[in-house]
Design a binder for this molecule. Structure first.
Ligand code: PGA
Ligand code: ZN
Length: 427
């Protein structure tokens, strides 16, 4: 039984305020969680409540914190902490809007995640083990997607494409993924230094992209993979998040870096050329979240060769996922708990994806913290793939390091590795 629910204003990796919720049961078990925050958000995802005004750039969360303490807490106190669904439904009803704009997606998601942590604490088991048991899942260590160059909204739109990432599906264990990725990250850093200019990092810790064209990011990434002693496409493959909604408007795709506008068909042709030229195994949001025709056409053309992930396109919504599946759009879904707003809604999407034959990629946000909930969710649910950002900065590394801790835990399954890329050219 929940005895107290308390929100605290804490700070995320961009130095923005965010909501932490701590829940305590009558028997003294306690769990806590922090809301993450996106920058390249889908228009249909749960809305974070921000105070606006001039203070802290309008980003303050005092209203969201007050909503937890004054509105959510009185309803949750006395409820059974194991009743995740009942608690989430209570908050959904209390909010009463599709995007959780009354209470704030940040207030609701931190509360929902804290319930999950507290239930695990009450049972006296780690979160991943609690989830595996409660939802009858085979736990496993996920295959990571790790960012090497960060662009798009995470680098002031310095280049148009958002994430240039590597995956190591040919690794035999998680240690090997970390080591290979570290070598590639270093190699990419020395290539950037050689080319001159300041070398810094973007929002998720990937190298700041000082390129003349978007494709140069791919060329450099292949060079970095080779410099690290790897054969591109062998043990290591490339994954891209185009985050196309960020540079699409009125049916046109504006490649600002290259000063040109592409139609949907031209955008598909450009990505097709890249798929033919580089060892790309996965592409996320290839087209605008409202470009249904384009996304369906892209999936028809490339869906049997690569993984196509819907992030802004599906926004972790079961309804949107079912719609996409009915139309033949995408073959994988990015799963972000704060897009859905509650753990239960996220689980609905996750389970539906499995039923529909879509791959699940559990993901962090660009604004992150020391919270490791998603590592435990990915491992405990046997999620297959995990996307967390780059290979620097502790709000990222804390999630990878937690995988290292979990891999040897009693009861944990093996490393998900390449099987999650089955039915692509790599698999
Ligand atoms: P966001 O982007 O967290 O900034 O919204 C991450 C992504 O697009 O995957
Ligand atoms: Zn994305």
């Amino acid at each position: 039984e929940i005895a107290s629910v308390e929100a605290l204003r804490v700070w995320d990796s961009r130095g923005n305020p965010t909501v932490e919720v701590a829940i305590t049961t009558a028997s003294g078990a306690q769990g806590r969680a922090i809301a993450p925050a996106g920058a390249s958000r889908g228009s249909r995802e749960a809305l974070d409540l921000r105070d606006g005004g001039s203070k802290l750039g309008g980003m303050d969360v005092r209203k969201a914190v007050a909503n937890v303490n004054e509105v959510i807490a009185p309803k949750l106190i006395g409820m059974d902490v194991n009743d995740q669904r009942g608690i989430d439904d209570t908050m959904i009803a209390l909010d009463g809007t599709p995007l959780k704009s009354t209470l704030g997606g940040n207030a609701v998601v931190a509360s929902s995640l804290a319930v999950m942590h507290t239930a695990a604490a009450a049972e006296g088991v780690p979160l991943w083990a609690h989830l595996a048991k409660k939802y009858e899942r085979q736990p496993s260590i996920p295959l990571p997607e790790i960012q090497i160059f960060g662009g798009g909204a995470h680098a002031s739109q310095r280049i148009d494409i958002q994430d240039f990432m590597v995956m190591v599906p040919g690794a035999s264990d998680f240690e090997e993924v970390m080591e290979v990725t570290s070598e590639i990250f270093r190699a990419a850093g020395s290539l950037m230094t050689q080319r001159g200019g300041a070398v810094g990092v973007a929002d998720e810790g990937g190298w700041w992209p000082s390129f003349q064209t978007n494709e140069e990011g791919l060329e450099l990434l292949v060079e970095a993979i080779e410099l690290a002693g790897e054969t591109p496409g062998d043990r290591v493959v490339i994954s891209l998040d185009i985050a196309a909604s960020e540079f699409a408007s009125n049916g046109k795709y504006r490649l600002g870096l290259e000063d040109r506008d592409l139609s949907s068909d031209q955008m598909i042709a450009l990505l097709g050329k890249w798929i033919d030229t580089y060892p790309i195994a996965s592409i996320e949001d290839p087209l605008d979240e409202d470009d249904r025709e384009g996304t369906i056409a892209f999936t028809q053309e490339f869906g049997d060769r690569i993984q196509i992930i819907g992030d802004d396109y599906i926004t972790t919504s079961e309804t949107m996922l079912r719609k996409a599946a009915g139309e033949g759009a995408c073959n994988a879904v990015l799963v972000k708990v704060n897009q859905a707003g509650t753990v239960s809604e996220m689980l609905d999407t996750f389970m539906a994806a499995e039923d529909l034959g879509y791959r699940n990629v559990i993901s962090a946000r660009s604004g992150e913290t020391e919270d490791v909930s998603i590592t435990h969710m990915s491992a405990g649910l046997g999620g297959g793939q995990l996307k967390v950002g780059s290979f620097t900065r502790s709000e990222r590394m804390v999630k990878w390091n937690e995988c290292l801790r979990l891999q040897n835990a009693p009861g944990m399954g093996g490393f998900a590795a390449g099987e999650s890329l089955a039915n692509t050219w790599w698999g």
